[in-house]
Write a protein that binds this ligand. Structure first.
Ligand SMILES: [Zn+2]
Ligand SMILES: [Zn+2]
Length: 177
């Protein structure tokens, strides 16, 4: 099992240093320092693109992905890649974490997929980050349309296979929507 699990970051930067510390395997960077002093994970594309995150490492750096050294100093990270550095082991996941946000609204009314009523602008809502899904739900104590009520939680999104939980037990992810 990977160690070094940590909870999703609140306001994630788009570059992270690998620390080698199993207690805290990644640390957000305000900017990518030139030159790199150690391995770093950087975001190079907007949300929705595949292969958004890459691992960069300076020459001779002892970082391994899925057991192999990073020969070229660069690798586009794929879902499930295992990154080992120092005494830390981290698992990369491209899956974004379901997150409640004020509903941004739009030119047309949007109906919640679960209860079919219109989601009011700025009300607590959740856009399913499941692959190819992206549908909106109410998500509050009164209208837990994504997760279901606490006593009878739904197992998955009403439209896709993403677990209907706000904190799925991903090892870590460098990003939230
Ligand atoms: Zn609803
Ligand atoms: Zn979904």
């Amino acid at each position: 099992m990977p160690h070094g699990s940590c909870s999703p970051l609140e306001a994630p930067p788009s570059a992270f240093a690998l620390t080698g510390d199993p207690g805290r395997p990644v640390r957000g960077l305000a900017a990518l320092p030139p030159p790199l002093s150690g391995p770093a994970i950087v975001c190079g594309a907007p949300p929705g693109c595949s292969l958004r995150w890459s691992l960069l490492a300076p020459p001779g750096c002892a970082v391994r992905v899925n057991g192999l050294p990073l020969a070229t100093g660069f690798r586009a990270l794929l879902d499930g890649d295992e990154i080992r550095f120092g005494s830390s082991l981290a698992l990369f996941t491209a899956t974004e974490v379901p997150r409640v946000v004020p509903f941004p609204g739009g030119p047309l009314p949007v109906r919640c997929l679960r209860c079919r009523s219109v989601i009011a602008s700025r009300s607590p809502a959740l856009r399913c980050p499941g692959s190819g899904c992206g549908l909106w739900f109410h998500q509050s104590a009164d209208l837990p349309c994504f997760t279901g009520p606490a006593e009878r939680p739904f197992s998955t999104c009403a439209s896709c296979v993403l677990p209907a939980a706000l904190s799925p037990s991903f090892p870590w992810t460098p990003e939230e929507p």
